[in-house]
Design a protein around this ligand. Sequence first.
Ligand code: ADP
Length: 502
Amino acid sequence: MSSLTISLTAPNGRKYDQPTGLFINNEWVASSKSNKITSINPTDESEIASVHAAEPEDVDKAVAAARAAFNDPSWRDMASSDRGDLMYKLSQLVEANKELLATIETWDNGKPYQVALNEDLAEVAGCLKYYAGYADKIHGQVIDTTPAKLAYTIREPVGVCGQIIPWNYPLAMAAWKLGPALACGNTVVIKAAEQTPLSILVFANLIKEAGFPPGVVNVINGHGRVAGAAMAQHMDIDKVAFTGSTATGKEIMKMASVNMKNITLETGGKSPLIVFDDADLEQAVRWSHVGIMSNMGQICTATSRILVQETIYDKFVEAFKKQVSEVSKVGDPFSDETFQGPQVTKAQYDRVLSYIEAGKQDGATLALGGEAYKNVGDGKGFFVTPTVFTHVKSSMRVFREEVFGPFVVVVSFKDEAEALKQANDTTYGLGSAIFTKDIVKAHRVARKIEAGMVWINSSQDSDFRIPFGGVKQSGIGRELGEAGLAAYSNTKAVHVNLGTWL
Ligand code: ADP
């Protein structure tokens, strides 16, 4: 075994080989300064492994590999169906290795194993397969003007794409970005988040195994302000795609201006979920719970502001508290009983606890939870009890700011106009949800909500076949679905003169 691979045994007993280097040109290489990122198990705060962290000069190497691959006929001129076959093969390899990848995801991120396996890994394989099918269905148009002209368009790849991904769904976010990029014929340098550096390195081996030519996908770990910033500012990267916080998204946008990179940004949210008094209350309660408490509340589209019509407010709050208490079982993420594992890092755990203090200070009513949870193992780990604040006003920080944890505010409204005013009273515009049995009202409100996505009578049931993205300060551009291809291809227009002779 090379010095860039170590043997690990996960808490569920699974043994495997963990690469630790940078994956450039289908090879494992050390970072130029041997700086490392150490991954911490959020369940018990132990160190899992240290991996190489890319420096700007390593980013240069990865970009050079991606550029050479982009210009190499073995990729550039590959038949689009063959490109689709490679992607399909990759999706099959993910499927074949899903237990291992889910194990690493749970160990490194803290998400419940059953969720990692049945939701995240299903999403990774499904998304790659979906875009594999698109590889040979991306084409231009013939545009009729006059008999004297033939005009047509060609869909071309953008070039070398820098992809910067977050820690909440490490492999799924990679798949969302790799799928459309590869289907369109781009090459990629992808950087994982420093909190969750491990699973993507095992995934990188599958890219080679699937048969992708060297340099088509380069996978690096690295600190955001070092490697991420080097990518955002790189003169030979044509596009940067980012998922993460709004503050970082703004910085990336500025840096990307150096060579006017094409950008896609998927950033923060404070998504509303509106419950009208004619809703199926039981369903509204169940979906509201899933909408904020899944994945430890670490979801950009989490419906973290529940707006309930005043006539059913008290009834809803009682039923919601009961649902959270009964279903949100906090515990070891490798236990099948567990609904909620630890927050990903100490920093995120501290952040959630600080918002609990902010809610109390600002005068909201703490209706449930509101403390660190120390009853797992020997009391270590970044666990927080699921937290519900009621009687929240729109001026409070807990109403306005993204917490990114198992933390929700429940607010009352009088009528439809007030519900919309509250829903749109935010700088964000990512997800939203409406509960009502009145289909006319549902569609009317859906049109007026300022958000990239609206769920009617559900929450968080995203799907890789359906466009995903935000408005306002929740992002720019769309991922997933056919719309996701637009972000990874340029349209070239070709004008053919058939008779305008001078
Ligand atoms: P969070 O605050 O949730 O950790 P971030 O937006 O900071 O989210 O991080 C998301 C991704 O962006 C990670 O891969 C991180 O390394 C990267 N990142 C963070 N800061 C920068 C930066 N200044 N430039 C480029 N990438 C960055």
